[in-house]
Design a protein around this ligand. Structure first.
Ligand code: GAP
Length: 511
């Protein structure tokens, strides 16, 4: 990783990946718009997630719930009553700050699980200052609810209040009975959803990391309550290595340890096979799409961080330039949410278990919940690299995995005279791949532009194309070139995108 988060934001804007939202009016804190390349990359990430987690799995189905729903959902889930962060305001400049952020940043202490009173005490005793003006005159801490309110219908007032969803997960619980009845699911099974979520964050920061409008890809994985630890898939993941940072290691100030999932289970560090299964599954998804495994670790929540209904929770963390941070929470939620919705809606959420011939309220053994925008950052950071060009200048190469690259194939006529032939070639590939046609500038400049936005292959139409029917393919990561016949182009590209080495696609071009 060669750049920091601010430089990444500049790069994303310059190349058309992400812009500050409504920038012509000065932007809007916590909101960003995805540009042409970013929108495609984000879509590719989400499609890949859906395929890997839903379409390729027998025990998974997906839904697409509404962003605004009956507000009782959020009362039952506890979001209306208790979905908040502790906020502190500066008496001098009125800056609002998250108490955990300023305490962590200025005192270097872990702030998870602290109450408003704990923060008040720390801030006063340790002379914590305003991050904006430096004053130590800070007000009392108070809890600020993160749900965005809106009004439904023509009349504003308490009765019309509704909320933009604070997570996608609650729609899974609210639809649980409908999904089970219409999909003939048998335990264990998972329900997935991806889409927008909204949180009125006190202090959005770090570009796409903490937003007020973001996207999530979430799964609720349901098991029989008496079989909470019976994961049939442990064999599939046992040899996969994870960098493990358990609660015990954190409490005793030890370093994380690289170990096989089977070792973590044998040693009782991970106590449930399902957790190991999901932690590996999620890390693998990132790795298979080109993320660097050494930038990932799994961190167990300490007791003081854990929600009261949760018996265990692990985060998949990534080493961002601003530190190890949560990418994805994998929490054990027991039957908390279904019980809450049963209580509030008075509807039965139990399902009939064929094996035990009993009605049961399933347990959520894992809730893999990933932010799309954070995943987007991971792929961008791990792809970002530089190299020296032939003139010795440093140039950017975005080594995105070909499966998610926003432009997969660029077709370039060597000179303008070759445009007719180049357009013919473009027409033969554009239905199969995300393609881009670029005729302007020197071919070297066009290669450099494609390297910068992560295009894995450039197809150049030159005089040999007219005379001998061959094209030059250039590889982004190595700048190596091979020749292939026009009629073989689609087949060769398919091979490449299925994982074949670039050099095996055709005859090498000697420089
Ligand atoms: N349903 C569980 C849930 O929502 P969470 O830890 O609050 O749990 C899950 O959020 C994931 O959503 C996080 O790990 C993160 O990737 C993403 N996320 C949460 N808040 C975010 C924000 N303000 N901006 C961007 N992503 C966010």
């Amino acid at each position: 990783m060669a750049i920091n988060i601010d430089e990444m934001a500049v790069f994303c804007k310059k190349k058309g990946f992400v812009y500050p939202s409504s920038e012509i009016y000065g932007g809007f804190s916590g909101f960003f718009d995805y540009g042409p390349l970013g929108a495609q990359l984000k879509r590719n990430i989400m499609n890949s997630w859906w395929k890997y987690h839903v379409q390729d799995k027998e025990d998974m189905v997906g839904i697409d719930g509404s962003i605004i729903c009956n507000p009782k959902v959020w009362v039952a889930s506890g979001h209306v009553g208790g979905f908040g962060d502790v906020m502190v305001a500066c008496k001098k400049c009125n800056e609002n700050m998250r108490a955990d952020h300023i305490v962590e940043d200025q005192l270097g202490v872990q702030a998870e699980g602290l109450s408003s009173e704990d923060f008040d005490k720390l801030i006063k005793e340790k002379d914590v200052k305003c991050t904006k003006c430096g004053s130590d005159e800070l007000g009392d801490c108070k809890v600020f609810n993160l749900l965005f309110k809106t009004f439904v219908g023509p009349v504003e007032g308490d009765k019309a209040v509704a909320y933009l969803r604070g997570e996608t997960a609650q729609l899974i619980f609210a639809n649980f009975k409908n999904v089970v009845e219409t999909s003939r699911l048998k335990l264990p099974f998972g329900i997935a959803q991806m889409g927008k979520a909204f949180r009125n964050e006190i202090a959005p920061r770090n570009f796409l990391f903490r937003l007020r409008e973001f996207e999530q890809m979430e799964i609720e994985y349901f098991v029989h309550p008496d079989k909470e630890k019976e994961c049939p898939y442990v064999d599939e993941i046992k040899d996969y290595e994870l960098l493990v940072y358990s609660a015990e290691m954190q409490e005793n100030e030890k370093e994380p340890v690289l170990m096989k999932a089977s070792v973590a289970l044998e040693k009782g560090i991970i106590t449930n096979g399902w957790h190991a299964f999901w932690l590996v599954t999620e890390t693998k998804w990132f790795e298979e799409l080109g993320a660097c495994k050494e930038n990932f670790r799994i961190r167990q929540h300490r007791k003081d961080e854990m929600a009261h209904y949760s018996s265990d929770c692990w985060d998949l963390e990534y080493k961002f330039p601003f530190g190890w941070k949560e990418l994805q929470g994998i929490a054990d939620r027991s039957d908390f949410d279904l019980q809450q919705h049963m209580k509030h809606s008075k509807k039965d959420m139990s399902i009939f278990d064929e094996e035990t011939k009993k009605k049961v309220v399933p347990f959520v053994v894992a809730e893999p919940s990933l932010g799309v925008d954070r995943a987007f950052l991971v792929f961008m950071f791990d792809a970002y690299s530089t190299r020296k060009d032939e003139k010795g200048n440093e140039v950017t190469v975005l080594k995105l995995n070909p499966k998610i690259a926003p432009v997969q194939v660029a077709v370039l006529p060597l000179i303008n005279k070759l445009q007719d032939k180049a357009r013919e070639v473009f027409a033969t590939v554009k239905n199969n791949f995300n393609c881009f046609y670029d005729k302007s500038g020197s071919v070297g400049r066009r290669y450099a532009r494609m390297d910068e936005i992560g295009t894995p292959i450039c197809v150049t139409v030159d005089f040999d194309t007219l005379e001998k029917g061959v094209l030059t393919l250039r590889n982004r990561d190595t700048a190596k070139q091979v020749r292939v016949k026009i009629e073989d182009l689609n087949e060769k590209l398919n091979l490449f995108f299925a994982g074949e080495d670039f050099e095996n696609l055709g005859t090498a071009v000697e420089k």
